[in-house]
Design a protein around this ligand. Structure first.
Ligand code: GCB
Length: 582
């Protein structure tokens, strides 16, 4: 279901419900304070905040302003992780599945303007084979063991179920709660439900507008960046022409933004958009007809205190660090990010590969899990939310599924998603799914995508520390991909690095090794014309669940978690600066 990003204008209103709410775990009588939006996990030294598995309750009072009489009033959750039940004065009014996409709950029939009610949101962080991302019940030890006690625990028979342990089948902390803004919004009763824009480089803009109610005519007016009207049209569908259009170009070009001002009856919505085209041609990725080379680290939504909480200050800081590094892109590994980030990237010219939360589909025969319909729904919702962003240039259906154990079953699962993404996206962007280091000669999915995205850790997880051997193996694989005649992006590669750990000899975990690792991989990439991008793993150190491979989280950041550059950030900054100049 599409839901337009909340807007305040002459027709619409929005009240931010952020602040300090009440919060409690099941069985607790006492409520305690919790900040919204933010993950709840790092807001207290009580270990339950970090480790609790299951439902938690959020509570606050809400009042519809009397001045909103006669309007359609909704609660708008930008996301609630992972599943959420919404109650008003103890009565359930909505349930939403999935933790990374927005939903609206109409208050009509539940609450009148001028009335106050208690809003409760139950969020559920349980992950398993029916959720995206995926959780697993097994595997709490690193090495196998003949010890019967360990085996019993590993088999998931004891403790894990009793204590409700559900392990992420992915490498980031399972942050939860009301992590994105919550608002009360108001629109006229007859309103604009959705806007779709398909611009072309010649200045043609096709539009379609979905409305609720019949009264009134739809009008579309295009405003330039100074707010001056440059074109206009009428009707629910149509096409107009912007003369001598300014194109939206990735940084360091000008990411020029227009606004489509849509009116319908009493309602008004201003939708920003850019005029740009993306296309794959042979082994090239074209933006506005020109070859584009992706270079920028993958990200996470992750920071101290906030966890995965939406934080505009952090977003602006991060994007300014992308500019500083001469980076031009990132992938929203491994879930759709908060909408504010896409709006910022539209404005700043940072290109995004937009990823569904399908991560962790690598074990225990994922293609027997009955996930396909839900995955399809999440993909459709992500495309509906993000379709108008010029910064989004490619869809990623998921990260590192097992595609080689059962190649045919994997293809039967992923191909319909690939086709659906093309069908659902009005701008028909390229589609991919990110491949893990597997038997690339056997699997069939990754090579069937428009652009091949592969994550590789030669020299880290394999051939650890031996960069000469890693180079040999990586080159051999690149030879194979070259014969597939598709553009390729190295969508992850990296080395855990403890900031401040140095060595005259570049050994694993030192800053020197991280630089040597990037030197080695870059040398291999520079030899190949079909390589259209490099996305190091990761922009910054980030939190994961604890384990013997993780020292206070994943340390593959080019920056520390508090955004201080390691030596490799300086090295890549120089490399990308030269690339940018070419
Ligand atoms: C991967 C995953 C990413 C991990 C990374 C690592 O392949 O896609 O989520 O964090 O490797 O550091 O192991």
């Amino acid at each position: 279901m599409s839901t337009l990003y909340p807007q305040v204008n002459e027709a619409r209103m929005a009240l931010d419900l952020g602040g300090v709410w009440d919060f409690r775990f099941p069985g607790d009588e006492k409520w305690q304070p919790i900040a919204v939006p933010a993950s709840y996990n790092d807001q207290s030294p009580d270990p339950r905040f970090r480790n609790h598995v299951g439902i938690t309750e959020y509570r606050r009072k809400i009042t519809i302003p009397k001045a909103w009489k006669g309007m359609r009033v909704c609660l708008r959750f930008d996301a609630a992780a992972h599943n959420a039940r919404i109650l008003l004065d103890g009565k359930e009014i909505a349930f939403h599945r999935g933790g990374f996409l927005p939903f609206e709950v109409e208050l009509d029939g539940h609450l009148e303007p001028g009335q106050t009610a208690e809003l409760t949101v139950e969020t559920d962080n349980r992950i398993n084979h029916t959720t995206l991302p995926i959780g697993t019940e097994g595997g709490v030890s690193f090495l196998g063991s003949d010890n019967p006690g360990i085996e019993a625990v590993e088999a998931g028979k004891k403790f894990q179920q009793e204590r409700g342990v559900n392990r992420p089948a992915f490498d980031f902390f399972n942050y939860t709660g009301l992590q994105r803004p919550v608002r009360m919004i108001a629109t006229p009763r007859e309103f604009i439900r959705d806007i779709t824009l398909v611009p072309s480089m010649d200045g043609t803009v096709r539009w379609s507008v979905e409305t609720e109610g019949t009264g009134g005519e739809v009008r579309v007016e295009i405003l330039d960046a100074d707010g001056k009207a440059v074109s206009a049209g009428k009707g629910r569908e149509g096409s107009l022409r912007v003369a001598e259009p300014h194109l939206w170009e990735p940084w360091p070009g000008t990411p020029y933004l227009y606004t489509a001002r849509v009116t319908f009856g009493e309602d008004v919505y201003e939708q920003p958009f850019g005029i740009r085209e993306v296309k794959v041609e042979g082994t090239r990725f074209l933006v506005n007809g020109k070859p584009f080379r992706f270079h920028g680290p993958c990200k996470h939504e992750d920071s101290p205190f906030h966890g995965r909480g939406m934080d505009n200050c952090l977003n602006v800081t991060d994007i300014n660090l992308y500019h500083w590094m001469n980076a031009n892109c990132f992938r929203t590994s491994h879930y759709p990010y908060a909408e504010e980030m896409y709006r910022l990237c539209d404005r700043e010219g940072i290109v995004i590969v937009d990823e569904t939360p399908a991560v962790g589909m690598w074990a225990e025969e994922p293609y027997g899990w009955n996930l396909a319909d839900y995955h399809m729904q999440v993909l459709a919702d992500m495309i509906a939310r993000d379709k108008n962003h010029p910064c989004v240039v490619m869809w990623s259906l998921g990260n590192e599924p097992d595609t080689d154990t059962m190649p045919d079953a994997a293809y039967a699962y992923w191909h319909p998603l690939y086709e659906a993404a093309h069908r659902l996206d009005p701008q028909d962007r390229p589609v991919t799914v990110v491949g893990c280091q597997n038997k690339y000669g056997v699997e069939k999915v990754i090579r069937s995508m428009d652009v091949v995205l592969i994550n590789r850790y030669y020299g880290w997880y394999n051939l650890s520390g031996d960069l000469e051997a890693a180079k040999y193996a990586f080159r051999m694989e690149l030879d194979w991909w070259e014969n597939q005649h598709k553009p390729l992006i190295l969508s992850e590669y990296g080395a855990d690095t403890i900031a401040g750990l140095h060595g005259a000899v570049a050994e694993m975990f030192t800053e020197e090794f991280q630089v040597a690792f990037y030197e080695m991989v870059s040398e291999c990439l520079d030899e190949r014309d079909f390589v259209v991008g490099e996305m190091p793993w990761n922009f910054a150190d980030f939190s994961t669940c604890q384990g013997p491979m993780r020292v206070g989280g994943n340390r593959k950041g080019l920056f520390t978690r508090d955004r201080r550059p390691k030596m490799a950030a300086h090295w890549l900054r120089e490399r990308w600066g030269k690339m940018q100049a070419d």
